[in-house]
Design a protein around this ligand. Structure first.
Ligand SMILES: [Zn+2]
Length: 334
């Protein structure tokens, strides 16, 4: 990933806003198809395609039509543009804006809110929000392998009261009114639970879970950790007890100490502090529904923290294939 060959000055254009639409298109063509254009239709995937020059013309109405940049597949004969089958497909926002926003999201450590994008790029808030979510989709790890080595695992509680939902106090009062026995009184009832695993000095993997107990965590860990080549470190949470028979497991008892030799989960604590500062400071509130998207974004940046900003960006640009299958509703705050 280091020393990516790229035309001189490209990164400067990304930051000073002088990137043109032609620059953006050329950049996407080069990154997406390093060996020449390929058919993007999933039922064909033809390896050979050629460029069709469509000169600018004027419609009968007198409206000018700009030059179009189209390719044609030699196998299926269908025409397509470089954005076909990517997160940019069908977007009315210029490709140069997409690319500059992607760069912004890659270089800012805590993330950029849709409000910032809306102000900086002069887009409608809803468009900016939608765009950020499509970019987060591209940030998802597509082929996550198993983590190995020294693995720190921990859980974090994110967020507060959900809009339109009662607080836990209100819920308990309702349950008492209905004659039910109130559930465990816990501040964490209003928070979303995130489970995280981190290779020491390596990759992090986080996920939104509906509980953090011995019912679900051991299964998640067995799927995500190479048990034969790893050693697990956690705090004394009882959810981690059952995993002990599958791999070496050390426990740091936080009521006694935070570090004991190499037994600690400081890396994971550091990750949570970056995530929480980002979510509370930049995004203010994240709907639980979209939390996995934000988790992907933080993970993407963290797992590439040792590579230069530009390489992190080119890596994201290589990942733009695939479209969102789900419908996104703009959120009023995130
Ligand atoms: Zn084709």
């Amino acid at each position: 990933m280091h020393g990516e060959p790229n035309p001189k000055g490209e990164v400067i254009k990304l930051t000073d806003g002088t990137l043109t639409e032609a620059d953006a298109r050329a950049m996407l063509e080069r990154i997406r198809w390093p060996h020449g254009p390929q058919c993007p239709f999933p039922d064909c995937k033809g390896e050979e395609a050629y460029r069709i020059e469509v000169k600018p013309s004027v419609r009968k109405s007198g409206k000018p039509i700009g030059p179009r940049h189209i390719f044609k597949c030699k196998t299926c004969k269908r025409q397509f543009s470089v954005t076909k089958g990517t997160i940019f497909e069908d977007s009315k926002i210029p490709l140069r804006t997409w690319i500059m926003v992607m760069y912004r999201m890659c270089v800012s450590k805590k993330g950029v809110s849709a409000h910032q994008i809306h102000r900086e790029f002069g887009l409608h808030y809803e468009a900016a929000w939608f765009m950020c979510h499509r970019i987060r989709y591209a940030m998802q790890e597509k082929n996550p392998g198993q983590l190995k080595g020294i693995i720190e695992a921990d859980e974090a509680y994110i967020g507060g009261k959900q809009r339109g939902h009662p607080t836990w106090k209100e819920r308990i009062q309702d349950e008492i009114k209905m004659g039910l026995r109130a559930k465990r009184k816990d501040y964490r009832m209003d928070k979303a639970i995130v489970f995280g695993m981190l290779e020491r000095d390596g990759k992090a993997r986080t996920m939104h879970v509906d509980q953090a107990t011995s019912k679900n965590l051991p299964t998640i860990m067995r799927e995500n950790i190479d048990l034969k080549n790893s050693r697990l470190i956690t705090d004394a949470h009882p959810a981690y007890r059952l995993i002990r028979k599958h791999l070496p497991h050390d426990v740091i008892r936080h009521e006694v100490e935070y570090v004991n030799g190499d037994v600690h989960i400081q890396g994971m604590e550091n990750y949570w502090s970056i995530l929480k500062r980002g979510i509370y400071g930049v995004f203010h509130h994240v709907d639980e529904e979209f939390l996995p998207c934000y988790l992907s974004e933080f993970e993407f940046r963290f797992n590439r923290r040792k590579v230069p900003d530009a390489d992190r960006f080119y890596d994201l640009l290589r990942n733009v294939e695939g479209r969102l299958a789900w419908y996104l509703q703009p959120s009023s705050q995130a």
